[in-house]
Design a protein around this ligand. Sequence first.
Ligand SMILES: [Zn+2]
Length: 458
Amino acid sequence: MWYAVVRNTQQTVTRALMAIAVIALAAVPVVAQEASTSPPPKTLIKNVSIFNGTSQSLVTGKDVVLVGNKIDKLIPAGSGGTQYDQVIDGKGGYLTPGLIDVHWHMGMGVNEREYFGDQAYVAIHSAKEAEQQLMRGVTTVRDAAGNVFGLKKAIDTGVTPGPRIYPSGALISQYSGHGDVRSGKPTVMAKEWGGPVGMGVSDGNMMLANGYDQVLAAARQQLFLGATQIKIAVTGGVSSFTDPLYVMEFTEEEIQAAVKAASDYGTYVMAHGHDFAGVIRALNNGVKSIEHGSVLNEEAVKLMAEKGAVFVESFEVLAQLKPLYTDPVRKAKLDNATEGSANVAKWAKKYGVLMGFGTDLLFSAEGRKNELKDLGLRKEFFSSPEIMIQATGNGGKIVALTGKRNPYGKLGVIEEGAMADVLIYSKSPLEDVSIVEDYDTNLKLIIKDGKVYKNTLQ
Ligand SMILES: [Zn+2]
């Protein structure tokens, strides 16, 4: 009897749900038709010289046509006619692709203590910073570790403005590695031996894994959450206490586990690595993007070129950490990294390694406002056009390593079919890339995904 009652109730519920579903289905085509009848807006941008993201010289005599969130085509100047929803006069300025920071941590603008604290505060702070970053002309970020999936969703759905994000999710690290920041007394045990879950782990910012199976599971967990690439640590780090820079982190098998999980999803692994031994091991086991590399030797840099791996070296961060890392452990590591990084940049240039613009500024909202200073610091090693290519076209190639996993279209270039991320500067960044730093004055137009966020041309 009770069974019949339950079954009848279930049937009633099922029928009611079906009725709702029918109503919902009936409503869908009407909405879809309305959306499809209004064509995407057409924008003409005229009176500009174009830096296309890959060439060291400017393109002149062309206008740019945007349709919706894509670059539709480049046409001979003045040949566009009048059929546009919007015409932007560039006033003789310099049109470039949006900037791409390929090593940034959207959640790490708060100070270190707050980062491991209330995550709602961290999220609100990050959203505020994301808007500031977009207003600097950074339209895409590859997030190099941190739980930023919610922020990415909020930006993609228009809840809050910011750059589009390629998230790595949690940094995957071994015990005593770069991501092992256990709290409490120094004798604290790992969780397998009764200790607490480590700082940052339950917030989704770090994940500790040891052995092939655990690394495979950790990487798959990040893919489940929406990671577009996987981030692991393969050497000691400057900010961590238990691993000097020379330490090799993750065995061959553990690195292969991360690479296997990523490549099965059509994407790749990026690795935090300072010293040559760990980086050479990572390259030989399938890692495609090397981050930092401050104390690499020439052999490791050459191997990057041979393997077709990409390299992201950051400059401004070394200067910014100097006053913060005054304890003897981190001070020594930072001095070591600062000393080595100049040679590495020279070798990267010598062997033609593809370099991105990644700044890695963290734990200071004020410091992060100097993100674009990193461009000027590169002038010691690279020409202004080379640096602009790093910050646009090369960035586009780096985020495209996500392959089948790529949630967006072509980035970092001004060409037919690319995403409509467009900036206009009043001065030429190819003559001196440092003009990009003063974005308040020199950056006149910001378009991301076809939408205008700043226009002071008129
Ligand atoms: Zn980083």
